[in-house]
Design a protein around this ligand. Structure first.
Ligand SMILES: *[C@@H]1O[C@H](CO)[C@@H](O)[C@H](O)[C@H]1NC(C)=O
Ligand SMILES: *[C@@H]1O[C@H](CO)[C@@H](O)[C@H](O)[C@H]1NC(C)=O
Ligand SMILES: *[C@@H]1O[C@H](CO)[C@@H](O)[C@H](O)[C@H]1NC(C)=O
Ligand SMILES: *[C@@H]1O[C@H](CO)[C@@H](O)[C@H](O)[C@H]1NC(C)=O
Length: 465
């Protein structure tokens, strides 16, 4: 009788152990497979692998009172969305084509399911107005499998079923990058696109239905849509402020104010420097303006330049400036937001994500989401006329003691995620907040229409007799 050599005993035991282990895993994974919830096509085990990171980083939003999903789902349930959106299939010249993107023949939209196929928006100052890009990407992802996102809005392919008609024109980029007349052309690309857009929209049944009132047009750069804004003024605009608009074509009743995309880096709420860790009392860095509302910047400069805990410099916040602005804002207690050539600027949003309490000296400013956010809980407003009185501003700011400041700082840390543009979108981020703001405007639009209709029915009954 030959006994089995030691080595073979070992390997056959190992083998059965391995078989046992694999059986175990097969059982486990198939049980997961059969527990696939809802209407997702992706096994939950794989799905968790894909989304687990984004769940972990999810900002703790304070305004998730509306329908926020408990966990992200692979594709959105149309009944869950608060906003059904119909998007025109405008040719790429109007949107991703402006980023140099070319798809396959007849391809209108990039595949947003594969992150490396998504065209990049140009950096630097262009980014401040990139709202058009984030909103469009978000809509596309609502009909793309496996992109976990906030489900406030969803694309529908029948315009009669939509709450809003989305016009995917990257107007800010068109202004920033394509306003110059090239070679012997007569008109710039930016002008031509606007003319084409007006012609296109005015010919659509969707536009004629409510005279464009239920159309959403993005014009975040104050100089974007300079030609078309006059012809499309009935639509709902997404704007930075109303500084360069007449009141009939842009106003708080119908339009949505969206935050600038901040250019400085976001401070982690857990590592945010506290009162003592911010040696600078007041921080301001910006361009010096000689026209419009900008005079106040110079006046304040002369009032404050000799104070040792005040940082007040003129210069662009771009290039190396972004890094110094990041460091400067996060080591300051207060950050000035002074009207420049327009009432708003990205500086306010840079201050918010640096958790530097904004001091807003801009009488005409419009603030994003102000119907649900009380800015006085995390900012200080100073009328321009007061700010320019000698000693006024510094006395006011030095009077804000540690306890009061810390309260505002805590609030800033809470609301800062509302000002992040992200792809994919998350509940409570800037993209999600904009859709919710649009949905609130839509209800007030319906309200007004319904009131107008009150007596129409009875009129018809009378005429029928
Ligand atoms: C995503 O796109 C990149 C670049 O086009 C490509 O190399 C890659 O294979 C794509 N991935 C998937 C999963 O399709
Ligand atoms: C679009 O929706 C409307 C109203 O629900 C319906 O009457 C129409 O048939 C739909 N059109 C298509 C092409 O499905
Ligand atoms: C070009 O600009 C001129 C003058 O601004 C205007 O009259 C003309 O209609 C424009 N042409 C096109 C093709 O937009
Ligand atoms: C109802 O009447 C008002 C005022 O007479 C008018 O503006 C509105 O367009 C009418 N609505 C419909 C649905 O006919």
């Amino acid at each position: 009788m030959t006994s089995i050599p030691e080595k073979r005993v070992f390997s056959s035991r190992l083998l059965s152990f391995l078989i046992f282990i694999s059986m175990f895993f097969i059982l486990i994974s198939s049980s997961l497979l059969f527990r696939i919830g809802d209407n997702s096509f992706v096994p939950k085990s794989i799905y968790n692998l894909i989304v687990v990171n984004s769940v972990a980083n999810e900002p703790k939003s304070i305004s998730c009172k509306e329908k926020c999903p408990i966990k992200p789902v692979a594709s959105c349930d149309p009944n869950q969305a608060i906003l059904k959106v119909f998007m025109y299939d405008l040719p790429p010249d109007f949107h991703f084509g402006l980023l140099g993107w070319t798809g396959k023949q007849n391809q209108i939209w990039p595949n947003v399911g594969n992150f490396s196929e998504i065209p990049k928006y140009p950096g630097g100052l262009n980014l401040q107005h990139s709202i058009e890009y984030w909103l469009t990407l978000d809509l596309l992802s609502s009909i793309t499998q496996n992109v976990p996102r906030s489900c406030s809005s969803i694309l529908v392919d029948n315009s009669s079923q939509a709450d809003i008609i989305f016009v995917p024109f990257f107007s800010s980029l068109s202004y920033n990058r394509h306003s110059k007349i090239q070679g012997n052309e007569q008109n710039s690309t930016n002008d031509i696109l606007q003319e084409r857009l007006v012609e296109y929209l005015k010919g659509r049944d969707e536009w004629k239905r409510f005279g464009g009132k239920d159309h959403l047009i993005m014009a975040h750069h104050p100089n974007s849509m300079l030609i078309a804004r006059w012809k499309l003024g009935s639509a709902m605009f997404v704007l930075a402020d109303f500084g360069r608009y007449s009141n009939e074509i842009a106003n708080v009743d119908k339009d949505v104010i969206a935050p600038y995309k901040h250019v400085v880096r976001t401070i982690d709420a857990k590592k945010s420097p506290s009162f003592e860790e911010r040696p600078t009392l007041v921080y301001f860095q910006g361009a010096i303006y000689r026209k419009d509302g900008g005079v106040i910047r110079q006046e304040l400069y002369y009032l404050m330049k000799d104070e040792k805990d005040v940082h007040f410099t003129f210069g662009s916040a771009i290039g190396g400036g972004v890094r110094t602005a990041s460091t400067g804002m996060s080591s300051s207690k207060f950050c000035l937001n002074i009207a420049g050539d327009t009432p708003s600027s990205n500086r306010l949003f840079d201050a918010i994500v640096s958790h530097c309490v904004p001091v807003i000296i801009s009488d005409e400013i419009e603030l994003p989401f102000e119907d649900i956010l009380d800015y006085s809980k995390f900012s200080i407003f100073v009328p321009a006329s007061e700010a320019c009185k000698k000693g006024y501003l510094l006395k006011l700011l030095r009077g804000v003691k540690k306890e009061k400041w810390t309260e505002m700082w805590e609030n800033l840390k809470q609301i800062a995620p509302h000002f992040e543009y992200e792809y994919p979108s998350k509940p409570g981020d800037a993209v999600d907040m904009i859709w919710k703001a649009v949905s609130r405007k839509i209800s007030s639009l319906h309200y007004k229409t319904h009131r107008k209709n009150r007596y129409n029915r009875s009129q018809k009954f009378l005429n029928a007799r």
